[in-house]
Design a protein around this ligand. Structure first.
Ligand SMILES: *[C@@H]1O[C@H](CO)[C@@H](O)[C@H](O)[C@H]1NC(C)=O
Ligand SMILES: *[C@@H]1O[C@H](CO)[C@@H](O)[C@H](O)[C@H]1NC(C)=O
Ligand SMILES: *[C@@H]1O[C@H](CO)[C@@H](O)[C@H](O)[C@H]1NC(C)=O
Ligand SMILES: *[C@@H]1O[C@H](CO)[C@@H](O)[C@H](O)[C@H]1NC(C)=O
Ligand SMILES: *[C@@H]1O[C@H](CO)[C@@H](O)[C@H](O)[C@H]1NC(C)=O
Length: 720
């Protein structure tokens, strides 16, 4: 009764090299002992027991041999049946002479051991499954034991693929799937960038794949799968990029400023996250700007026309997603110049309309009169109307002009008309009518409007009366000066803040004041005169009484010899206030007067101005003698003086610097030495007239101008 040992029981897999006895000695000995003991007690034949030797879960590599080892007790030589699943595949009665009955299909693989264990020779993957053995002996209970066999192949050439090819953020799922040339996988593990992926709501590990739900940009990385079975392992990795974006672009202007002014330089930046990096494009006014690069738009010397809405479009070429965002570029320019304030009258002088204007600019300036209203304002051009009252008379009202670039102000002060003096000017028109123009101008803001009346009735424009477009002038026309004197005229200057009234009483032609200014040597005189402000004068006759003028004599144009009546020697227009009379003989006496005229009507003559020697020496002979004697005496004296001086001068010439003398001055010296006696007679009688006031022809009089500085020799002689 010894157990035959076909193979060493208890060895689960025998793909490895031949086992050595000393290692595995312990276990067979123990089994042997049990069996030996059970046979020592014959009373134990009551129950058949079968038990696995070693593990009931057996792994085997394909191509190797493996044994599902059992041992039994309780009865000798039981009948053994092995099932593959439910299917009996091998039956045998232990120790019988008939060989085991192996199912036809499995004859090359399955072999029954003498102890009832089942051995698989050159096992293949198809033998993976559940196995069980049943032992029976007549008269005894059936005994059974279960096994599981798993047959593995070595894992080879693992590859990892991604579905879909391009993963976009927001797609439903991303599947990583492995494949391999051969192998049986017992366990798969997934890694992202070296960290193990644990299944979760986002990750699920399915048959041969890892599914990522709603993948996002953070799922980008290096994925790896590790496949293992008890005999080998394999790994593969793949780089996954989740495409995304463009995200909301970030727009920025640098340098950052609330606004820019023309001439500034700036850059607009447009940046958006995304993979691959999105392209960025700027557009302005519906036009794509070609000069932007990588989302940077440079602007140098920016102009107001370049202010406005800039739109950036970012585009992901791979996902074909695009986004837009806009920003406003403010380019501001203040209006030209300064704000202008004014005030006008409105509603027939009842209201004042304050006006403020500062037009142009980008944007327009906001204008307001804070002193008048807190609430109303206007852009560029603003008016505010208030009821006129004394409060506004002389009050300075400020317009505040607010523009982003500059704040500015202007002031305006309304005032009622001030007192004024009317001005009267008389002319003669082409028809020969006397035209009297009366001006009434009163300082006022707003400008005063003038109303006219004659006597008590209003003046209306017509043929006789003409009121200027600005109302400040009234023109009256008539042939007869008496017409102007019939009535008094009244002008009233009025604005919303008050009025001023003046009555003008026109007067006939008259002269209020007159004077005579001789030149130094008495050959020329200037008559000047004034006219009352309201006098109607169209011209003047300059009259003279006395001897003929030298010029008259030469020309032979005037009557000769008559010296006892006034005769008109010049006629002057109404605007003239002076007359020059030339070629007088300083040794004779002349009388002059001025006759004011209003066309044909003459007014009172001016006072008479006399020039010449005293009243007693009236006869021409006496005058000649009187003039001749002192003249020759003085001439001799002068001559002596000059000679003396010449000698004196020659002496000192070497050490005296001469005055720089121009040609004109040299000529003046000769002229003056000729007329020296006259000079002495008339010089210093009257103050010198201001010749600069007179219209003069320089060629006629430059020689004898009183302002001339006489050269030293003559002065010395005069002193003597
Ligand atoms: C995947 O990415 C890693 C770096 O992240 C790189 O070293 C590797 O070459 C990449 N593999 C492939 C297949 O592109
Ligand atoms: C914009 O200006 C910066 C420097 O100011 C320069 O580096 C950049 O190249 C310019 N970009 C373009 C598109 O001209
Ligand atoms: C306007 O008037 C105020 C006082 O009323 C004065 O301070 C200011 O300088 C004036 N501004 C101008 C521009 O005249
Ligand atoms: C001017 O008018 C007055 C009165 O109306 C009259 O006496 C005089 O003769 C007139 N003179 C001329 C030149 O018409
Ligand atoms: C004009 O006014 C003056 C003084 O105001 C007066 O003496 C004269 O009588 C008036 N003349 C007429 C025609 O009313």
């Amino acid at each position: 009764m010894t157990v035959p040992w076909g193979r060493v029981p208890g060895v689960s897999a025998s793909h490895s090299a031949e086992m050595t006895w000393p290692e595995e000695l312990g276990r067979p000995r123990a089994g042997f002992l049990v069996i030996l003991l059970s046979f020592s007690f014959p009373g134990a034949y009551c129950e058949l027991v079968v038990s696995p030797v070693g593990p009931t879960w057996v792994n085997a590599i394909a191509g190797s041999s493996v044994t599902l080892a059992v041992s039994f007790s309780g009865a000798p030589d039981p009948a053994v049946t092995w099932f593959m699943g439910d299917l009996p595949v091998v039956t045998w009665t232990i120790n019988s002479d008939t060989p085991p009955d192996v199912a036809q299909r499995h004859r090359g693989v399955l072999r029954m051991e003498r102890d009832g264990s089942l051995t698989f020779v050159n096992v293949s993957l198809g033998y993976t499954g559940g196995y069980s053995t049943e032992m029976t002996k007549s008269g005894l209970n059936k005994a059974a034991a279960n096994f599981t066999l798993e047959v593995f192949e070595n894992i080879q050439s693992v590859e990892l693929s991604v579905q879909p090819d391009f993963v976009k953020e927001g797609t439903e799922r991303l599947t990583l799937q492995y494949s391999m040339l051969r192998g049986v996988v017992e366990k798969q593990m997934w890694f992202l960038n070296g960290g193990e992926i644990k299944p979760s709501s986002r990750y699920s590990v399915e048959q041969r794949s890892l599914v990522i739900l709603s993948p996002n940009r953070s799922d980008t990385g290096r994925y790896a799968v590790l496949l293992t079975n008890p005999f080998s392992s394999g790994t593969a990795h793949v780089n996954v990029t989740v495409l995304y974006g463009p995200d909301e672009p970030v727009l920025e202007a640098r340098p950052a400023q609330p606004f820019y002014v023309p001439g500034d330089s700036l850059s607009l930046f447009c940046q958006a996250e995304g993979f691959p990096q999105p392209t960025a494009e700027w557009a302005f006014g519906g036009q794509t700007l070609s000069d932007s690069r990588k989302g940077v738009l440079n602007r140098t010397n920016v102009q107001t026309s370049q202010g406005g809405v800039y739109t950036c479009t970012v585009f992901n070429e791979q996902t074909t997603e695009r986004r837009q965002k806009s920003m406003i570029l403010n380019v501001y320019e203040k209006p030209a110049g300064n704000p202008m304030c004014s005030v006008r009258s409105a509603n027939v002088n009842a209201d004042l309309q304050y006006h403020c204007r500062w037009s142009g600019g980008t944007p327009q300036a906001q204008l307001s009169f804070p002193a008048l209203s807190d609430t109303s304002s206007g852009a560029g051009n603003f008016s505010l109307t208030v009821t006129a009252s004394d409060y506004f008379n002389g009050k300075t009202v400020t317009c505040v002009a607010v523009h982003p670039v500059e704040e500015n102000k202007c002031n305006v002060t309304a005032s009622g008309p001030v007192e004024f003096l009317p001005a009267v000017r008389t002319t003669v028109d082409s028809e020969g009518k006397i035209v009297v123009a009366i001006h009434c101008v009163s300082e006022a803001s707003p400008k005063a409007v003038v109303s006219w009346s004659k006597g008590s009735e209003a003046v209306a424009s017509g043929t006789t009366y003409q009121i200027g477009s600005d109302t400040a002038q009234l023109k009256i026309r008539d042939y007869n000066v008496s017409y102007f004197l019939l009535q008094n005229y009244t002008c009233t200057c009025r604005n919303p803040l008050g009025s001023q009234r003046r009555e003008i009483q026109l007067g006939g032609p008259s002269i209020s004041d007159s004077s005579l200014f001789p030149n130094q040597d008495g050959t020329i005189i200037t008559l000047t005169w004034e006219v009352p402000p309201t006098s109607v004068v169209t011209g003047f006759d300059i009259q003279m009484k006395g001897p003929e003028l030298l010029s008259e004599n030469r020309n032979g144009s005037q009557t000769r010899g008559t010296s006892n009546t006034y005769r008109t020697i010049q006629q002057k227009p109404g605007s003239a206030r002076s007359a020059d009379i030339f070629a007088l003989n300083p040794s004779l006496t002349y009388r002059f007067r001025v006759i004011p005229k209003a066309r044909m009507t003459e007014g009172e003559p001016s006072e008479v101005h006399r020039i010449g020697p005293g009243e007693g020496l009236s006869g021409p002979a006496i005058a000649g003698i009187a003039a001749g004697i002192p003249c020759s005496l003085l001439f001799l004296l002068l001559l002596g003086g000059i000679i003396y001086l010449c000698v004196y001068c020659n002496k000192n010439k070497s050490r005296q610097t001469r005055y720089p003398v121009s040609r004109a001055v040299e000529k003046a010296i000769t002229t003056q030495s000729d007329t020296a006696p006259h000079n002495l007679l008339t010089g210093g009688l009257k103050s010198q007239p201001d010749y600069n006031r007179f219209q003069q022809t320089p060629s006629e009089r430059s020689v004898a101008l009183p302002t001339f500085v006489a050269p030293p020799p003559v002065r010395v002689a005069t002193t003597v």
